[in-house]
Design a protein around this ligand. Structure first.
Ligand code: G
Ligand code: MN
Length: 675
C-alpha cells in the first residue's frame, strides 16, 4: 500500500546519533576522569602513608641499634666523634651530650618543628618535621660510663617524610596524568559503547518503523532500563499498528458493502499502472434505478439492495483485482484484460449484473449498464481510466445497452456536451430561445384552430438548434424547468392575440416538470396575471414522461387540469405505455407518434395498428391527432383511418410566429383546400 506519510530525512538520524554518541562519551569521560583522579589520590595517600610508617619504623630500629652500638662503644672504647653507622644507607647520628647540645651540631637538621608539648623522655624516640618533607627521629638517653658519671647521649636520624610531592618527579606526574586520562578515555568509551550499542540498535529499528515498517520490533536488551524502554516502545508500536490497521480498514473500505472504496481502487490501479505488468480493464456499472427504490421503499431497503448487489457482483467478477464501490450506487472493478475479455465474450447480455434481488420480502429488478475502459489504450492514469469508463457507462445507460467500451469519439461527444451545457445556461439567462409554430388541421371541418408551439434555440454561433439538440441535456441537468417556465410564460403572452384569430396553442412539458410542483405553482401565479388564459392552452405530455412516476404525475396533471389547461398525450405509440394509467389522466387528446403514421398507407399491419390506436383513443373519449404526416398518401390514409387532427410537414413545417399568423390570415396553406 503506497503511503503518503512524509519520509524521514535520511541524514537526520545519523547526525543525531553521532552527536548523541559524542555527548555521552564526553560526559562519561568527565565522570571517569574525576573518579580515577580521586581514586588515584586516595591510593597515593595510603601508599605514602604506609611508606612513611615503614620508613619511620625502620628509622626507629636503626636508632635503637645505633644507640646500642654507641652505648657499647662508650662503655668500652670511648671516642668523642663516635663512628657513624656504616652498614645502613640511612645515616644515624649520635652526640655525646644532651639534646640541646646535639641540636647545635652540623648534622642536626635545621629548622625542624618540634612539638611544643614534647619533652624529651629518656630513651623514648621523638619525632619532628623538618623542611623538604624530612622527618627527624631522635632520642636522648642517659648512661653511666666507667667512671660512674652519667653522660647524656643523643641519637638521631632523618628520612624523607610524608610530603606528597616529595620525591615525585615531573615525568612521574606526567606519566600518571597521562595514564589517568588514558584509563578514563577507554573506560568511558567502553561504557558509552555499552549504552550506545543497544541504543543504536533501537534507533535503527525506530528508523525502520518510522519508514512505515511497523512489522519490526525493538530487540530485547541486557540493560534493565533499556529493556523497559524497549518494552514500552514495542507496546507503542503495537498500539500504532492496531490503530493503523483500523485507519486502513476505514480509509480503504466501503463500510456498507465491505468492498474496497474509491481511494483503495485509485491506489491499487496506480500501483498496477506503474508496474505496467499487464493490460488491464476498468469496468464501472451502477444500480441505475436505485433512486426510485430509495424514494418508494426508503433507505433501509436501498442499502440492503446495494449490499446484495455488491455481493452478487463480487461473485460474478471473482477474478477481479479490485472490486470497489465508488460512491452511491456506482461500482467499479479492475481486472487483467484477458480475463475481462472472457467476461465480455461470455456475457454479452450482461444479465448477471442487471438482476433481480430479493430484499426483505421485495423482489426488485435492478437495472445496470456498464462502461469499460482499457489500460493502456484508453489512458495511463486512474483518473483518465475511470473518467472514460464513466463516459462509456453514461452512454450505455442512455442508450439502454448492457455495456459500452470506451472509444475516442465518446469523449469528444462528452466534451461537446459540456461546452453545450455552459452555453445552455447562458442561453437561459439571455433568453436565446425562439418560438416556432406548427399548425394542426382539423380534418373534420378542414380548418386550422390549433398550433403547437415549439422551441428553437437561436444559438449565437451555431444558428437555430432544434429541441432534439438540447432538450435531453436540459432534462438531465434540470435546466428544463427554467425553459418550461419561460415557454409557459411566453405562450400565455400570446394567448389573447391567437384567440382573436380563433387559434388555441399547445406546448410540450417535460417529464421533469411532472416530478415536482414548481411549474404548477408558477402556472398558478400566472393565473393571477392572465386569468382565464389556461383554457386556451393544451399541455402535451409524452407518454413515457407521464409513466415515470405516474402517481406523482397524476397529482400535478390534475393540478393543471383544475387550472383549466387541456392535457394531451404526446408521441403515443413511441414507447412503453400503460393504458390503465393513461385512462386515469385528465387528458382530452391523444397524439399518435410519427412512427405509427409512417408507412400506414403502404403496409396493412401498420394500417391496422394505426387504426386500432385511433379507435382506442376514441373509445377513451379522446380527440386523436396523427403527428408527422409528411405526404399526401399519409394524409389520405390517416383521414381514412379516422384521425381528427393532422399535424406534420405535409401541412406545415414549424414556422416563426409572424409567418404563421400571416399564413393563417391569408389561409395560404396549400393543403387546406384539399378535401
Ligand atoms: O413530440 P412532439 O410531437 O412535440 O415533436 C414535435 C417535433 O416533431 C418538432 O421538433 C417538429 O419539428 C417535429 N415534426 C413536426 N412535424 C414533423 C413531420 O412531419 N416529420 C418529422 N420527421 N418531424 C416533424
Ligand atoms: Mn408535441
Amino acid at each position: 500500500m503506497p503511503s503518503e506519510l512524509p519520509q524521514p530525512d535520511k541524514n537526520t538520524p545519523v547526525h543525531g546519533k553521532f552527536r548523541f554518541h559524542n555527548a555521552l562519551r564526553l560526559r562519561a569521560f568527565q565522570a571517569n576522569l574525576a573518579c580515577t583522579l580521586l581514586l588515584t589520590l586516595v591510593i597515593y595517600l595510603i601508599v605514602v602513608n604506609q611508606i612513611h610508617t615503614a620508613q619511620a619504623q625502620q628509622a626507629d630500629a636503626l636508632l635503637q641499634s645505633r644507640l646500642k652500638e654507641v652505648q657499647e662503644e662508650i662503655q668500652g672504647n670511648f671516642s668523642e666523634d663516635g663512628p657513624k653507622n656504616a652498614q645502613s644507607s640511612q645515616p644515624v647520628f649520635y652526640y655525646r651530650g644532651n639534646l640541646e647540645a646535639a641540636k647545635l651540631t652540623v648534622d642536626w637538621p635545621k629548622n625542624c618543628e618540634f612539638s611544643e608539648t614534647d619533652e624529651s623522655v629518656d630513651g623514648l624516640i621523638q619525632s619532628a618535621q623538618c623542611p623538604n618533607g624530612q622527618s627527624l627521629h631522635y632520642l636522648e638517653t642517659h648512661l653511666k660510663v666507667r667512671n660512674q658519671t652519667t653522660e647524656s647521649l643523643t641519637v638521631w636520624t632523618s628520612f624523607s617524610g610524608n610530603n606528597l610531592m616529595n620525591g615525585a618527579s615531573t615525568s612521574d606526574l606526567t606519566s600518571i596524568t597521562f595514564l589517568i586520562v588514558l584509563i578514563s578515555f577507554f573506560s568511558s568509551d567502553w561504557i558509552t559503547k555499552g549504552l550506545t550499542g543497544p541504543l543504536k540498535k533501537m534507533a535503527i529499528h525506530a528508523e525502520k518503523i518510522s519508514t512505515d515498517r511497523l512489522d519490526s520490533e525493538l530487540p530485547p536488551s541486557d540493560i534493565f532500563e533499556l529493556q523497559t524502554l524497549s518494552q514500552s516502545f514495542n507496546q507503542l508500536i503495537q498500539l500504532t499498528r492496531d490503530r493503523e490497521k483500523h485507519i486502513r480498514q476505514t480509509a480503504y473500505r466501503d463500510n456498507l458493502t465491505g468492498l474496497d472504496n474509491r481511494a483503495f481502487l485509485y491506489f491499487a490501479l496506480l500501483d498496477r499502472i506503474k508496474n505496467a505488468r499487464e493490460p488491464l480493464t476498468v469496468i464501472t456499472w451502477g444500480a441505475d434505478n436505485l433512486d426510485s427504490i430509495n424514494e418508494v421503499l426508503g433507505h433501509d431497503i436501498s442499502d440492503a439492495v446495494l449490499i446484495r448487489f455488491a455481493s452478487k457482483a463480487r461473485r460474478f467478477f471473482r477474478h477481479s483485482i479490485v472490486m470497489a464501490r465508488l460512491e452511491g450506487n456506482l461500482f467499479c472493478t479492475v481486472m487483467p484484460r484477458n480475463i475481462a475479455h472472457r467476461y465480455i465474450q461470455m456475457t454479452p447480455s450482461g444479465r448477471e449484473l442487471c438482476n433481480t434481488v430479493h430484499v426483505k420480502g421485495y423482489t426488485l429488478d435492478i437495472q445496470s449498464h456498464a462502461g469499460i475502459a482499457h489500460f493502456p489504450q484508453d489512458g495511463d492514469s486512474p483518473e483518465t481510466l475511470l473518467r472514460r469508463a464513466e463516459i462509456a457507462r453514461q452512454l450505455a445507460k442512455k442508450t439502454q445497452r448492457n455495456f459500452i467500451e470506451f472509444e475516442r469519439k465518446l469523449e469528444i461527444r462528452s466534451t461537446r456536451r459540456l461546452a453545450l451545457l455552459t452555453e445552455l445556461k447562458n442561453a437561459i439567462q439571455e433568453d436565446q430561445f425562439d418560438l416556432y409554430f406548427q399548425p394542426k388541421l382539423n380534418v373534420r371541418n378542414n380548418t386550422i384552430t390549433q398550433a403547437e408551439v415549439l422551441i428553437r434555440w437561436n444559438h449565437p454561433t451555431r444558428g437555430l438548434i432544434a429541441p432534439g439538440g438540447f432538450i435531453e441535456l436540459a432534462e438531465q441537468t434540470g435546466l428544463i424547468k427554467d425553459i418550461s417556465r419561460s415557454m409557459l410564460q411566453k405562450v400565455h403572452g400570446l394567448v389573447r392575440q391567437c384567440n382573436t384569430q380563433g387559434i388555441t396553442l399547445s406546448m410540450n412539458l417535460s417529464a421533469i416538470d411532472l416530478e415536482d410542483r414548481s411549474l404548477l405553482n408558477f402556472a398558478e401565479s400566472l393565473e393571477e396575471e392572465h386569468p382565464d388564459n389556461a383554457r386556451f392552452i393544451t399541455l402535451e405530455i409524452t407518454e413515457s414522461a407521464s409513466m415515470k412516476d405516474p402517481e406523482q404525475a397524476l397529482v400535478i396533471l390534475e393540478g393543471f387540469a383544475n387550472l383549466g389547461y387541456h392535457l394531451s398525450i404526446d408521441d403515443f405509440g413511441a414507447g412503453y405505455s400503460s393504458l390503465s394509467y393513461l385512462k386515469r389522466f385528465p387528458v382530452s387528446e391523444l397524439k399518435i407518434d410519427r412512427s405509427l403514421v409512417q408507412n400506414c398507407h403502404k403496409d396493412t399491419d401498420s394500417a391496422i395498428i394505426l387504426e386500432s390506436t385511433i379507435e382506442m383513443g376514441h373509445i377513451m373519449g379522446l380527440v386523436v391527432t396523427t403527428e408527422g404526416v409528411e405526404t399526401d398518401e399519409e394524409y389520405q390514409q390517416v383521414c381514412n383511418l379516422g384521425a381528427d387532427y393532422v399535424q406534420g410537414y405535409w401541412l406545415s413545417m414549424p414556422i416563426p410566429f409572424d409567418e404563421f399568423m400571416a399564413k393563417h390570415l391569408l389561409g395560404s396553406y396549400a393543403q387546406e383546400i384539399q378535401p
